[in-house]
Design a protein around this ligand. Structure first.
Ligand SMILES: [Fe+2]
Length: 431
């Protein structure tokens, strides 16, 4: 049975499930009815709230469509030097907040990024990774032929050097400060300390054909509607005050975990991101986003409308990524926008709630190599995961969010504890 929490207002409380409900369909019916009742207690109908959300988003979508029609770039681009020097203009900051995504030009020197790319190849070849590769540990990305595109490698010197670099810390801190991280007397996260979330590497070779990756989002699944913490984080979406919803408010987002699943992310990320290890043209199967952070209002409220079955959250369920699809989200899909051309050493970032996809490509021109490094600031949730990361680092294990492949356990030249700098030690909770 779910528990309920009464709120400070007179609005009816929401049932919540702090672990995955046993009967997902029953819980879905129950939470949808409860959210509707709570919205209606505000004096507005669900349809009125929905109309307000779509009116605001339509304006934003049309603006993005017009930019695309003129062939203009939708993604904000900021030079790393401006971030380091604190010379990002107020206009650039406002545009970044509006779009919720960013290309950092020259985040690392191009030669540095290309050297890291070569180092990673040397690292896996020296350790006979391809000879011992046992196939994909999950089907999240898939692979082409016998050589994987996604390397389940976490502890190479190249990755760790990038993760603990001053340049990475500067950009993560800059991005974290876009969020409101203090409210109600609580500091929800430390914007100037990252938790070094270890993730994989993608190396997609010239000539590759790839079906891409469908539009989805990663912050959670049914837990976004069903856990107490997310109900508080999304309180304005669920109580009829949708105009006050702020996608940059970190309140209640940094304490409780996601429902477990095979594609979960245990940490709170302000931004997902990757660093380019090769040059990539904008039409070679690159990342796209719906560059509207506030689109979460649409995604969270859409299942409440009467044309969706009572036990359906528009296809969202546990153990699968949260899908964004034409059938339920046609307005949002019109705004899907790809990154501009990037060079090795540039980095790409998008707000953790934003819809993203990877475009398909045939006969890819050039390499498509990236190192996934997000911004995952220190907070209770990330501190908890950091304890298991620290152990994985010491053992050379695959981190617990990923398939248990553990290739690097016996690799003698993985990054060593004595190579950690202060940023690295703080990120792993070792100082
Ligand atoms: Fe994703």
């Amino acid at each position: 049975m779910p528990t309920t929490t009464s709120s400070a207002t007179q609005a009816p409380p929401l049932p919540h499930w702090e672990r995955t409900p046993e009967d997902l369909e029953a819980a879905t019916r129950e939470i949808k009815a409860a959210i509707r009742a709570r919205i209606e207690a505000s004096g507005r109908t669900v349809e009125e709230v929905w109309d307000a959300v779509t009116a605001q988003l339509t304006e934003r979508v049309e603006e993005i469509e017009a930019l695309k029609a003129r062939g203009e770039n939708v993604w904000p681009v900021i030079d790393y030097a401006d971030i380091e020097n604190g010379t990002v203009s107020p206009e650039q900051l406002a545009y970044l907040r509006k779009r919720g995504c960013l290309v950092v030009r020259g985040h690392f020197e191009r030669e540095q990024a290309l050297a890291w790319d070569r180092d990673i190849v040397d690292y896996v070849e020296r350790n006979e990774f391809f000879e011992n590769y046992r196939g994909p540990g999950d089907d999240f990305f898939g692979s082409v032929g016998s050589k994987p595109e996604i390397f389940p490698v976490y502890w190479s010197p190249a990755q760790m050097e990038a993760r603990q670099s001053d340049r990475m810390a500067n950009v993560q801190s800059f991005l974290n400060h876009l969020w409101t991280y203090e409210s109600d007397g609580v500091q929800w996260f430390d914007p100037d300390r990252d938790s070094l979330y270890p993730d994989r590497i993608r190396r997609r070779p010239p000539g590759a054909n790839s079906g891409g990756l469908g539009a989805h989002l990663d912050p959670g699944t049914l837990d976004l509607w069903m856990t107490s913490a997310y109900q508080q984080a999304f309180r304005h979406l669920f109580d009829g005050s949708v105009e006050q919803y702020d996608p940059w408010d970190a309140s209640h987002r940094t304490t409780s975990p996601q429902y477990p699943g095979t594609t979960m992310c245990s940490v709170f990320r302000t931004f997902q991101g990757w660093t380019a290890l090769s040059d990539m043209a904008h039409d070679q199967g690159v990342l796209h986003t719906v560059p509207i952070p506030g689109a979460m209002a649409f995604l969270m409220l859409r299942p409440l409308l009467s044309d969706v079955a009572e036990d359906d959250m528009c296809g969202t369920t546990v153990n699968q990524v949260f899908p964004a699809i034409e059938k339920w989200h046609p307005l949002l899909m019109r705004a899907l926008s790809g990154i501009p051309d990037v060079q090795a050493g540039d980095s790409v970032w998008w707000h953790c709630d934003m819809i993203h996809s990877v475009a398909p490509v045939t006969e890819q021109q050039g390499w498509g190599n990236v190192m996934y490094i997000p911004a995952a600031p220190w907070c209770p949730r990330n501190e908890k995961y950091a304890a298991s990361v620290r152990q994985a680092f010491l053992n050379g294990d695959s981190p617990s969010d990923f398939p248990e492949e553990h290739y690097e356990r016996t690799w003698p030249d993985r990054f060593k504890p004595e190579q950690l700098n202060e940023t690295g030690r703080r990120g792993l909770g070792m100082s």
